[in-house]
Design a protein around this ligand. Structure first.
Ligand code: MOS
Length: 690
């Protein structure tokens, strides 16, 4: 029986396209109120007064919470969530009041009528590579060393036959899920119930429990349907804290929807990164030295580092290697997770520099990558559990028609359009975390699988049901599944491309146990009532002797308009080595989604921290352009059959993030091939290109 591997359709697809799927803000609870935050209009300083008189006089306004009257939090380990706890303003857009009203319209009018007075201090939001306050973090986000060095990279670079010494810049980027961050909280005196748009409600429950001094049993967090996350919903954000505070304060259900324009300053973003790359190679194109130095920023209240130097530790065989991170604390909104944090900007820079090296060598860029294929992971020396990057490059080249390419830049044109093609590699680490799951045989002959997975639009329900069906050895239709509720067996979040492997491992184990019980009993179904539980703690978090990463290759064809400066992507093709593909329909959708996000990163998505104003100037979807259908060609996503026994019982590597990695570099390299000009700052908007 093989449910896994079949292109099963999404179980919630009909609910979503018919509009019956309910999201966090769509909870029609009796007596529900609506709250809207008031953002600070200074960059750095203190609130000296909040005058809510005019707001409270408006019809429909119930109350205004400020740092003076808001519930005190029992604890707030995460400073970005300590809203309305004190007068300090760490960044523009920081929430300084919350207007609670009978309707969203009344809340909005009330928020506009709140008068906030602040004492302003000087600020600095400008990142430079030579910033005097830059420091080197010993450990990045508690996970990776800030600096790694092998051999003598500076000496080897100086001695190299061919040298590339280049700088790249990736601007701040915003997650902008289609469903904005939203929460509805309901407090009944004993229990707090929260519907929130989240990538994982187990962690939301834990954080709310600590902040409000409530035991887990008194909190239920639900995220049944989620309209995208891309990292920003990987942890609770101020909307859920404010909704919980407001329901605590008023005793009524309260919904907080963060308006689109408040997202950039309140839910995390990808920090800007400055890259310096030095690649030294011998005349055969083999790297002798690889140096990737990253400078980025974090906020004053919390350290989050975009670890863009990480891919250099994984990708290429260079005997002398350094990857380093320098960080500047600025008066900016706190940056955070965004799809392929580290890898997305890091591989833009590294893979662009590899293209420059290929050009300097006069060697085909696919070939240069193949020539630098390492035997073991360069940084750790561990063997790869599987790699297959070369196969991805070769298969991609074959499908794309790479061999017909004239390597000389600026040689193809149609009318005013210059045409070019480019390639880049992709990598993303394999991550898997402990999870619990339960399964029960029901009297009607079906099986109910329960796991607190989050389906953020990926099809998690569907693929987990497929995993369960195979482990139970029953048809897919006999599996029912419940996810998205913190009362279900605890599970990690949909993040780090780890969800399916983590939840699926526990689902597989629970269902395999139940299958054994069923085989032993062989009784008539109605009297069974059997159940099984699994917890992968110990197995899923065991250290692997292998370096485990997914790999891929991206190929792009672009047309650059010499009249308008507009870059259009004509073709985009990816080939991935990501272990076993569990559902080709939902997998393809994830790859294509990632590549589309990479296309946006290359061409249109970019945000600017205004030095004087201290805020992002592109704060809505009009100014921050995410690709629309008209921007996106028919994207091809393929994969090679990869059988890696060193991962998990499902054999999958995770596919949520690798699609974005390398896409921007492939497009940038194609733009260079088309124009003969090397642009080293994203996005490639007409004003830069013309
Ligand atoms: Mo993803 S940025 O790890 O949610």
């Amino acid at each position: 029986m093989t449910a896994v591997g079949a292109p099963a359709e999404r179980r919630e697809g009909r609910e979503k396209v018919t509009g019956t799927a309910r999201y966090a803000a769509e909870q029609p609870l009796p007596g529900r109120l609506f709250a809207r935050p008031v953002p600070a209009a200074i960059v750095r300083g203190r609130v000296t007064d909040v005058d809510a008189t005019a707001a409270l006089a408006l019809p429909g306004v119930v109350t205004v919470l400020t740092h003076r009257n808001a519930p005190r939090l029992a604890s707030a380990d995460d400073a970005t969530l300590a809203v309305l706890q004190g007068p300090e303003v760490p960044n523009r857009g920081w929430f300084v009041a919350l207007v609670v009203a009978y309707s969203p319209e009344a809340a909005r009018a009330g928020a506009a009528a709140v008068r906030v007075t602040c004492a302003e201090e000087t600020h600095d939001v400008t990142l430079t590579a030579t910033h005097p306050q830059a420091y080197v973090p010993e450990k990045i986000n508690g996970m990776f060393p800030g600096v790694r060095e092998l051999g003598d990279p500076d000496g080897a670079f100086t001695d190299a036959d061919v040298r590339v010494d280049v700088g790249y810049r990736v601007p701040p980027l915003h997650n902008h899920p289609m469903e904005p961050h939203a929460s509805t909280a309901h407090w009944d005196g004993e229990r707090l119930t929260v519907h929130t748009s989240s990538q994982g409600t187990t962690v939301v429950r834990a954080v709310l429990g600590a902040m409000f001094g409530l035991a887990d049993e008194r909190i239920t967090v639900v995220a049944e349907h989620v309209g995208g996350g891309f990292g920003s919903k990987g942890m609770p954000r101020p909307d859920v804290v404010l909704a919980a505070m407001a329901t605590w304060h008023t005793g009524r259900p309260v919904t907080v929807v963060l308006p689109r324009r408040m997202l950039p300053t309140s839910v995390g973003h990808r920090a800007a990164t400055l890259h310096r790359l030095r690649l030294g190679a011998d005349s055969d194109g083999r790297l002798t030295s690889l140096v990737h130095e990253v400078t980025t920023y974090t906020s004053r209240i919390k350290e989050f580092v975009e670890y863009a130097g990480m891919p250099a530790r994984v990708m290429y065989a260079a005997p002398h290697l350094r990857s380093s991170h320098r960080v500047v604390r600025l008066d900016v909104p706190t940056p955070s997770w965004m799809r392929a944090p580290g890898e997305a900007p890091g591989m833009y820079a590294l893979e662009s520099a590899m293209d420059e090296l290929a050009e300097a060598l006069g060697t085909d860029p696919v070939e240069v990558r193949i020539r630098n294929e390492p035997d073991t992971e360069p940084d750790s020396g561990k063997p790869f559990s599987s790699r297959h990057l070369v196969e991805c490059l070769r298969e991609g080249a074959r499908r794309f028609g790479w061999s017909d390419r004239d390597p000389r830049p600026r040689t193809r044109s149609v009318g005013p359009l210059l045409l070019g093609t480019g390639v880049a590699a992709a990598t993303y680490p394999v991550q898997v975390y402990p999870s619990k799951a339960a399964v029960r045989a029901l009297p009607d002959g079906s099986f109910l699988v329960e796991v607190n997975a989050a389906d953020i639009g990926t099809g998690a329900r569907t693929v987990l049901a497929q995993v369960a069906a195979d482990a139970l050895e029953v048809p897919l239709e006999r599996v029912r599944i419940r996810v998205g509720n913190s009362d279900l067996p605890t599970a990690p979040l949909a993040g780090g491309s780890s969800g399916t492997a983590s939840w699926g491992w526990a689902v597989h184990d629970a269902c395999a146990q139940l299958a054994v019980q069923l085989a032993e009993r062989q009784g008539p179904l109605p009297e069974l009532g059997l159940e099984a539980r699994a917890d992968t703690k110990g197995a899923a978090d065991a250290e692997s002797p292998f370096a485990r990463h997914a790999f891929g290759a991206h190929f792009a064809e672009v047309a650059v308009d010499t009249v308008t400066g507009e870059v259009r992507v004509r073709r985009l093709l990816g080939v991935y080595a990501a272990g076993r593909i569990l559902n080709p329909r939902t997998a393809r959708s994830q790859f294509v989604g990632g590549m589309t996000m990479g296309l946006g990163m290359a061409l249109t998505e970019g945000s600017t921290l205004d030095a004087a104003f201290g805020d992002f100037t592109e704060s809505d979807l009009a100014a921050y352009h995410v690709p629309s259908h008209a921007d996106v060609p028919d994207i091809e996503a393929h994969w090679i059959d990869e059988d890696d026994p060193h991962l998990n019982p499902l054999g999958g590597k995770g596919i949520g993030e690798i699609g974005i990695v390398g896409t921007a570099a492939a497009i940038g390299n194609a733009v260079h091939h088309a124009t003969g000009v090397r642009f080293r700052e994203l996005p490639l908007t007409p004003d830069r290109v013309l």
